[in-house]
Design a protein around this ligand. Structure first.
Ligand code: FMN
Length: 195
């Protein structure tokens, strides 16, 4: 039995949410109903100017292996000296979780809304996704890795030249108890402005 996040109340959830490492994630992934809920909650996010400056790319089932083949070829080109073990790890990046969602930022120049704010909205969307997953008892982790920054991988995912990967959210069932990490003390981060 894995120890998931405390879903007994909204506050308990928010106070205990933590990631499930993709290194120990397995089947099953979210059900179609759970995925729908996760996405509904994800897009309920502050969005200055209502620009919807983000979109999502879903990887499920055989598509994860198919994309893994593309990752493998690219990795081989970048690191011709790497051996079979390294190649096979890269090829299976998306196989580590049943569902992988790429969050894509479409942020760009706008007459009123700074690009920075559009990007922040995509970050908030991603965090909403983690919270929704936690509330449903679904394990989730937000990762980037080199594939989030490689132009050829991004193109293979269908991204335009101006789009950016905010992250990949890996969703599945934790295979081990969730590990927390020390959290910053908010007091230590506050400066009280007194003029
Ligand atoms: C934008 C972004 C990218 C990240 N990329 C990675 C990554 O590639 N690999 C990794 O192990 N963790 C990555 N992390 C960290 C994890 O998502 C997460 O912070 C960590 O697993 C535990 O933190 P939590 O329990 O507070 O969620 C990233 C976090 C952010 C915000």
């Amino acid at each position: 039995m894995t120890s998931l996040n405390d879903t007994s109340s909204a506050i308990a959830l928010l106070k205990t949410r933590k990631s499930a490492s993709v290194k120990a994630m397995g089947e099953p992934g979210p059900t179609p109903e759970q995925l729908k809920t996760i996405l509904e909650i994800a897009v309920r996010v502050p969005d200055h100017g209502k620009l919807t400056p983000w979109r999502l790319v879903l990887f499920e089932g055989a598509a994860r292996q198919k994309f893994g083949d593309i990752i493998k070829v690219r990795w081989q080109k970048l690191h011709p000296d790497h051996g079979a073990e390294s190649l096979s790890f890269q090829a299976s990046l998306f196989l580590r979780a049943p569902t992988v969602i790429a969050v894509v930022s479409k942020a760009g120049p706008h007459v009123k809304i700074p690009e920075w704010e559009q990007l922040l909205s995509a970050g908030a969307l991603t965090q909403n996704m983690l919270l929704a997953a936690a509330a449903l008892g679904v394990g989730a982790q937000w990762n980037t890795d080199w594939i989030a920054y490689d132009k050829e991988i991004m193109a293979a995912m269908g991204l335009s030249g101006s789009e950016k990967i905010v992250g990949f959210v890996y969703l599945g069932t934790p295979q081990t108890a969730l590990e927390d990490r020390p959290r910053p003390d908010p007091e230590s981060l506050i400066t009280r402005w007194r003029g």
